[in-house]
Structure formats: structure tokens, C-alpha cells
Design a protein around this ligand. Sequence first.
Ligand SMILES: [Zn+2]
Length: 180
Amino acid sequence: MSYEFIESTKGKPLLVVSGYLYRRDRKKWRCLSKDCNARIEIVDDKLGVVPVHEHSPDNLDVTVRRKLNELERTARAAPSEYKTSLLVDSLVGTLRSEAVIGRLPNLHLLRKKVDYARKKTEQNLGNPGRTRTDLRISDSDKMTLKDDLFLHFDSGEEDPDRIIVFATSQNLSLLRECPE
Ligand SMILES: [Zn+2]
């Protein structure tokens, strides 16, 4: 059986097995559901006996957490002078599933969270004066969560006055319709 790890909202690892989420509990992993005692072990990268839960898996919760992880990763990679609110808005704007949107934290919280993650990343890099020229943009950062092209223009790492445009096509057409 396959498994994967995602990050909790506090940045702790969560184990995902068949739609069930587990948090670290000493040497084992314990079901995230409050009243569930199901535990699972990973030994030498292999899953132990998969427990039976008396509740159904919450696949939507897993999807929402995965999206939040992606959102944070994308925001962390964005240049420091980019406004968090704009990054969050344009990324959330690409989500199409009402169910996923309904389960997201509200925009205010989302921005705070992403803002915090970005500040922490900069501190960890020990380089608050990160410039656009230093930025490495990976292929995954060029796309949104829905795989729309997010990076629209980049004058290149060699350009001292580097110009980078992050936007979705939808956002750009909205801008075009805007009278200002
Ligand atoms: Zn459980």
C-alpha cells in the first residue's frame, strides 16, 4: 500500500494512507480523528499493518491540506516584494471545486499564514534583501494549482532590472476589462 506525507497547518508532517490522516505519535503514527485510536507504523520505509477505522476517510480534508501546502510553496518562491494578498488571491482564484473552496480558511487567515511562511523562509535564508536576480523559478512555480500558466513574463536571471510577471490568464483578462 502506498503512503505520502503532507504538512499540517503548523508545518508538522502528516501521513496519508487511503484518505486517512495520521500525526506523529512517538514511534508510530496516530489517526488525526479525535476519538479514533487507530495507529500505524512505518518500518524501513514500509507501512505496517493498516488499521481499521470506525469512521470514513476524509478525502476532502486531504485535498484541502494538499492545496494549502502547494499554495505555501508557491508563495514562498515568489519574490519578496510581491504582496502576499495578491499571490493568495490569484492562486485561490484558480480553484474550481466549491467543496475545496468551502473548506479553506478564510482569505484573511490564509494571507496571514502565507505571510508568516514567507517571512520565515526569508529569515531562514538569512538574506532579507533577496533580489529578483537571485530568484530561481522552478517549472512547478510557473504553474498554478490548476496547472494554468502562472508565470507570464520573466526577463531572465541575467537581467539586473529583472521583470517577472506572475498572473493567471483569468486575472489578466480581468485587468484588461478594468477601466483603470
Ligand atoms: Zn481513524
